[in-house]
Structure formats: C-alpha cells, structure tokens
Write a protein that binds this ligand. Structure first.
Ligand SMILES: Nc1ncnc2c1ncn2[C@@H]1O[C@H](COP(=O)(O)OP(=O)(O)OP(=O)(O)O)[C@@H](O)[C@H]1O
Length: 702
C-alpha cells in the first residue's frame, strides 16, 4: 500500500504543480488553476489514506487499492491534458476533474468507514472469504482451466465488477452529454448533427452499456455463488468436524438454528454485502457525477429578480431538494427499521414453531394436540400479520411522500431552468441534460431509501452470522485446550480412566474417576441412579464430552463404537442406514442381509435397497436392532451400549446379547442399563456411587 500511496502522492503533486503554473486565476501574483490544485489536494489526502489502508480489512482494501490506482492514472491524464500532452484525437476521453475528485473521495470514504464498528463487524465476516488461501480451478474460456488462489479470484471479480459499474456510470454521463447535444441539434434544426449523434455516439455507447450489463450480471452471479459455496463449506466443515456438531449444541445461545444460519443467513449476508458495497458505490458515483454535471453547467444563473450570479444554481437546487427528500424520508421511514426488525423475529418464531411441530409430529398426534398447536401457530401468525400491517401503514405514508417527490422531480429542473432558457441563457440541450441529471440523482436517492429500510434486517443478519462464527470458533476449541479430557492410545488391553473429572457446562463436577479400568475380552455393565452421569462418562470415553479433565487410556489402535438409546437413522436406503457412517458399498448386500438377520430383523433383510423414511417407519425397538446390525458389520474392538436395547423385551434383549457375544468374540462390551436381567449377561459390573459431595464415583463391584 506504501507504493500505491506514493504513486497517488506523485500524481497529486503533478496536479498541484501544473495547477500553479498553468492557470488563469490570479492568486498572489501567480496565475493558477484552482480546480487542478483542488484535485491535487484531494489526491494528497487520498495518498495518506492509501498508506494507512494497509491496516484496514482485506475486503475494504480491495476498494482502496482500486481507487488509488484509478486516481493515479486519471490525475496524470488530467495533468497531461493541462500540459497539452494529451493526444488531440482522444480529447473526448480526457478525464474531467470531477472524475478524479469522485474517485479520490471514494478512496477517502472507504478509509473513513473502516473505523465504524458495524462496518468492522461486516468486514470481519467478508474477510473470511477474501483471505481464503485454498486453490480453485477457474474455467477461463480461451485460456482453459486456471488454478488460482480463491482470494485472488474473489478480489479479481470484485475489482472487475466495480470497474464495470464505474464504466456504466461513465456511459450514463456520456449519454447525458449526448442528450444535451442532441437536443441542441433539435433546437437548431440541425438534421445532420441529429442523425450523426444518434448513429455514432448513441449507438456506440448504448451497445457498450448493453454488453456491460450482461457481463456484470454474469460476474455478479459467479462471485455470489462462489462466495456462498466457500462460506457454506467453511461453516458446515467446522460444524461437522470432530464432534463440533455436538459441542455446538452444548454452547447454547449463538449456536442455535445452524441450519438457518448456514442456508439462509449466509445467502442473505452475501446478497446484502454486495448491494451495500458495489451497488452502493455505483449509486454514489451516479449521485456525485450528476451533481457535478449540474455544478459545471456553463451558464450564468442569476438570482431571480436580481443581477447576482449564482454559480452552479442547478446543483444547489438538486442538493437542497435531495437533502429535503432524504430528511423527510428519514423522519417518516425511521420507525420502519424497528418494524422490519420485529417482522424478522415474528417470521423466525413462526418458522421455528412449524419446524418443532414437524419434529414432534407423532407426540402431538398421539396427544391429539393439533387444535392446541393450531392455536399456537395462529398466535404466531397473528403477531406476524399485525406487524405487517404496521409496516404497510408506515410504507403508505412513506410512499405518499415518495410519490409526490417522484412526480415533482422530473418537472422541477424544467421549472428552475425555464426562465433562463426563455432569456436564451441556456440551450434546450442544457435544460434537458439538467433534467436527466436530476432524474439520476433522484434514482440514486430512492436506492438509498430502499437500502435504509432493509438496514435493520441486514444488521440482524450480520449479528446472527457473527455470533454463529464465534460459536463455531468456541466449539472448535472447547475441550481441546488444557486442562481437558485427553485420549491416549497405550500398548495395553484394558481401557482405563485416570484422574478423570467430568463437569457440566456450568462447571459443576458430576463424575470423578481417579482410577478405573474396563477389562477387555468380556462384558461390563455400568449401573447407577438416573442422572448419575453414566451417559456423560460414555461421551467422555467416546471423546465428545468437552468439560472436565483427566486421561482416557485406550488400547493401541482400538476402534470404539458407541450406540446410544435413540439411534440416528439417515435418509436413503435401508442398506445406507445399516452401514452408517460407512458408505453403503463398504459391505455387500449379502453381508448386510446377514447382519440384519442376526439382529433379529429378518423380515427387513429383503428390503435393504428400498428408499424410505426409515427413521419414521421403523419402531423404536427395530431402530435399536438396526444399530446392533451396524455393530455386527463394524466389528469394533470396544462396543459401548448406552441403553441401546432398552426398547426390546427382556427375552429379545437376552437373545441379542448372546448373539453379540457369540458373533463378536473379540469385541469388549460395556453397557449401561437399568434392568436386573442384564446382570447375568455381563462378566463384570461398575456401579456409580454418590460421594459425600454429591459427585458420582464409578467403582468395580463383585
Ligand atoms: N448438555 C448438558 N447440559 C447440562 N446438563 C447436562 C447436559 N448433559 C447432561 N447433563 C446433566 O448431567 C447429569 C448426568 O446426565 P447423564 O445423561 O450422564 O445421566 P445418566 O446417568 O446417563 O442418566 P439416565 O440413567 O437417566 O440416562 C444429569 O443431571 C443431566 O441433566
């Protein structure tokens, strides 16, 4: 950035020197060009901002760099024009001072907003992508597939889009001059100029405008979908990494509804960030460029009824008119920010109650709770509708104003300029150009009004993603930094716990195991009162419980499988469900059929290739036996059964245990269960005993 800052400073100094030498206004004995010196001074400010921009966010720095390069080139070209070095053939393309100033002001704005807390919050999220170091393959058409860093690809797209947007503003400025000349030709009844302007200037620029629109649409779509792909992959990757999905559930607050955050919030964040950055720049460019056109109108406007000349009268009128419009819009529209925010919440409540209902469909149907649920849903929807009407009422007021404002806008410039036109001080072309510029200014303003309304939604979205990002980071480190529960693989047969202390998320200790061993080659039954921490102990052994400290010594290369009370049944074929998490093709159909038969699910053995909602179709007991079939296929070294046969009758449970011990002779089994009949099926017992301090201590018993 230092080098860029230096380049900007040099270009600015060239302008100042040229302005001091080449002007026509006498100041302190020198004939200077104040506009040129002005460009130079703004450039110096930009140079400073560019150097300092090394410390701002990556996302904003892209814009900073672009504006610095643009200013340098434009200012040098502008100065070359002053020195007569600009080729006469390209005189039309000589950048005006207004363009240099606009670009410099953008650079300053980018630097300035980088200090605003909410912008920092947004750019922290955006930077995730614009700092991405992965490589991707980019199809480049003629040049084949190119491998490049994701962040370079993203930066390139952003820069291209900003350039296209600027080009589009440039085209509309150019067309506004065409408009002026064309109307002048009409006024002068100059037929040749009329046709020549239409067929050369208009056709050329209109074609470029159309092409740029199409290219913009394509790049815009590519940027948004790639950004979304990357952010979705990152969030779901961290979420589904090494127990993260479980730890996220333990964190609470910022981690709720990951589905909504990964699917909706990511998409909306990208769409809104795009429109609050690139589209906003385009609209501000339009506003500034056309305001400057109004300012530079080469006509002497005198204050009505006097001889006092008002420089840039149309500009002042547009400024006053726009300020008035924005201020009134702000006054009327302010409550909309709160209302839109509330609407988001009502929508989320409604969606959440629907999703919950789907989850508990069976329980609700069994309890005949449909009417009550309808009442609850209706209540949520009534809130949503009531707030919606409040928004409608407010928008009606706002629209009333905007409509009047919008109707007056096209007429006002004519009303202002007409007296001067009748006095022959301006041409018809100039009047038409002023009117066009007014329209542009007004169009940009309505964009701001629109953005203003959705700013609350955007902010809520950014907050949600930020808390989600933080929760993901927290879940990533939870239980990974000392003091923590450490898993070690030792050259021993038994599974032992050393100095293990398990805690709840609030820090309360619930289980303490100074030294406990689970013997290999047989079956151990863990018993104890409900809530004594048996499942938590299993989670710690499986390596997903993050609260506490101590060591779990696992035999070398031991494979551990833990079956909970409620098994997870993924969607897809029954074979997929039986082999989960291994891919279905890990085992042959015959192996899966055999495992199902052993797990006492013979009637399902012929349906393994059927695709059904098996999680809903199978009874609780069948689902538990499906999980047992998984164990038969997987043949783990250690099998932990956390009430994994609780839904079976005692006879079937005994058959399953006998089958497991017969077919998995090398597997050591550890079970949690409450039934006394289980004792006979195990070799050893571990009992959870409550200590004096209420902490449970597992200990081997007879
Ligand atoms: N994520 C959690 N947040 C807070 N408390 C938890 C959490 N998970 C478990 N607990 C608490 O830890 C204690 C032990 O729970 P755990 O499920 O390990 O007991 P258990 O002995 O397996 O019980 P049961 O025999 O009823 O299945 C309970 O009081 C439970 O409420």
């Amino acid at each position: 950035m230092k080098f860029l800052g230096l380049a900007v400073a040099l270009a600015a100094i060239v302008c100042i020197v040229a302005g001091a030498a080449k002007g026509s206004v006498a100041v302190l004995g020198l004939s200077v060009d104040p506009t040129m010196i002005g460009v130079g001074l703004v450039g110096l400010a930009l140079a400073l901002a560019t150097v300092r921009a090394a410390r701002i966010s990556t996302f904003l720095r892209i814009f900073s760099k672009l504006f610095a390069v643009e200013f340098t080139l434009l200012a040098l070209a502008y100065a070359a024009g002053a020195y007569g070095l600009w080729p006469a053939a390209l005189s039309e393309a000589l950048p005006p001072a207004s363009l240099c100033v606009t670009i410099a002001v953008f650079g300053l704005i980018v630097y300035g907003i980088s200090f605003i807390p909410v912008i920092r919050q947004i750019t922290r999220l955006a930077d995730l992508y614009f700092d991405a170091t992965e490589d991707i393959d980019v199809p480049t058409g003629l040049f084949g597939i190119r491998r490049m860093r994701e962040r370079h690809f993203a930066t390139g797209l952003i820069m291209t889009l900003v350039l296209i947007n600027q080009l589009q503003v440039g085209i509309s400025v150019r067309l506004s001059f065409f408009n002026r000349d064309w109307f002048n030709a009409i006024q002068n009844k100059d037929q040749a100029a009329f046709w020549s302007l239409l067929l050369t200037v208009f056709l050329f620029w209109a074609f470029i405008a159309i092409a740029s629109n199409l290219i913009e649409y394509f790049f815009d779509a590519v940027l948004k979908i790639n950004w979304r792909r990357w952010l979705t992959a990152r969030y779901s990757g961290v979420w589904l990494n090494d127990g993260g999905i479980y730890r996220m559930g333990l964190i609470g607050d910022g981690a709720d509804n990951p589905d909504q955050r990964i699917a909706e919030d990511v998409r909306n964040f990208i769409l809104d960030t795009y429109s609050y950055s690139i589209t906003l720049i385009q609209q501000i460019s339009t506003l500034v460029s056309f305001s400057l056109i109004l300012w530079a109108m080469p006509a002497e406007f005198v204050f009505p009824g006097t001889n006092i000349v008002v420089p840039g009268l149309p500009f002042w009128v547009a400024l006053a008119y726009s300020t008035f419009g924005t201020w009134i819009t702000h006054l009327i529209g302010r409550p909309l920010v709160r209302l839109e925010f509330a609407q988001e919440r009502y929508e989320a409540d409604f969606r959440f109650s629907l999703a919950r209902l789907r989850e508990y469909a069976e329980q609700v149907a069994l309890l005949r709770g449909e009417r009550s649920e309808l009442g609850i849903l209706g209540g949520h929807f009534r809130d949503l509708v009531a707030n919606y009407y409040r928004i409608v009422k407010r928008v009606l007021k706002l629209n009333t104003f905007i409509s009047f404002y919008g109707q007056i806008s096209p007429i006002l410039p004519y009303v202002i300029i007409a007296p001067y036109y009748f006095l022959d001080k301006v041409t018809l072309g100039q009047m038409s150009q002023v009117a066009g510029a007014f329209g542009r200014v007004e169009g940009a303003l309505s964009f701001f009004i629109d953005r203003y309304r959705s700013v609350a939604r955007y902010k809520a979205n950014v907050d949600r993603l930020q808390t989600f990002s933080e929760a993901l980071d927290k879940a990533g480190t939870l239980g990974k930094t000392p003091p923590h529960i450490e898993e070690r693989h030792q050259s021993q047969q038994d599974l032992t716990l050393r100095d293990l202390s398990l805690r709840l998320p609030d820090g309360r200790e619930i289980v303490r195991a100074p030294a406990l061993g689970f013997k290999s080659g047989g079956a151990t039954l863990v018993t104890g009162p409900s809530g004594s921490g048996k499942s938590t102990l299993f989670r710690a052994i499986a390596g997903i419980w993050p609260y506490g400290q101590g060591v779990v010594d696992l035999p070398q290369n031991a494979r551990v499988l833990l079956l909970p009370q409620r098994p997870y049944v993924p969607s897809g074929t029954l074979k997929t469900a039986a082999t989960y998490p291994a891919p279905a093709d890990t085992y042959s159909d015959e192996q899966v059929r055999e495992a199902l038969k052993l797990a006492r699910l013979a009637p399902l053995a012929d349906r393994i290739l059927e695709d059904e909602n098996w999680g809903q179709r199978l009874s609780g007991g069948e689902q538990q036996r499906l999980a047992i079939a998984r164990a038969i296929l997987d043949k783990p070294d250690w099998l932990f059964l956390d009430e994994a046969t609780s839904a079976l009758d005692e006879k079937l449970e005994a058959e399953i245990y006998a089958m497991l011990r017969q077919h998995l002779p090398a597997t050591s089994i550890v079970s949690i269960g409450h039934r006394s009949t289980l004792i006979a099926m195990h070799d050893w017992r571990v009992e959870m005993n409550a200590g004096d301090d209420g902490v449970f201590v597992p200990a081997a018993t007879g």
